[in-house]
Design a protein around this ligand. Structure first.
Ligand SMILES: [Zn+2]
Ligand SMILES: [Zn+2]
Length: 133
């Protein structure tokens, strides 16, 4: 994957990419934790730099629902959406609502050529809705 994106293959890059792959929607702190388990001491800045490089290269997607920390995932390029729990912040993937990206047709495009719609669904996850009941 890294070679395909013409990024040099380094151990931190491989470790960050596999951490994001193993734990979709992980925040930076848990990615740093996973990378440290793998490689030992790695600076926050190094992990941030790798995440930025991977995001720029399109290998990783950064999502940031309002009020949430930045989360990273390796499922890129399909314009899927997210459902976020208002209580515990857990995030799950939701496939395109209808057809291909952008799966929501804007009521007025204002002449823009639109290629993406970012939709965040909010609610309570099963664990939290059971606890609230
Ligand atoms: Zn929840
Ligand atoms: Zn996702």
């Amino acid at each position: 994957m890294l070679r395909g994106a013409s990024l040099r293959v380094t151990r931190p890059r491989v470790a960050v990419l596999s951490a994001v792959h193993d734990k979709p929607h992980a925040d930076t702190a848990s990615i740093i934790g996973a990378v440290r388990t793998e490689l030992g001491e790695v600076s926050h800045q190094a992990v941030y730099d790798v995440l930025r490089a991977l995001t720029t290269a399109g290998l990783v997607r950064c999502i940031q629902p309002p009020g949430s920390l930045a989360r990273y995932e390796s499922r890129v390029g399909d314009n899927h959406h997210h459902v976020v729990c208002r209580s515990c912040g857990v995030i799950a993937d939701v496939d395109c609502a209808v057809g291909e990206a952008p799966c929501l047709t804007a009521s007025d495009s204002h002449g823009f050529v639109i290629d993406e719609a970012e939709v965040v669904y909010w609610g309570l996850c099963p664990a939290c809705s059971t606890a609230a009941a």
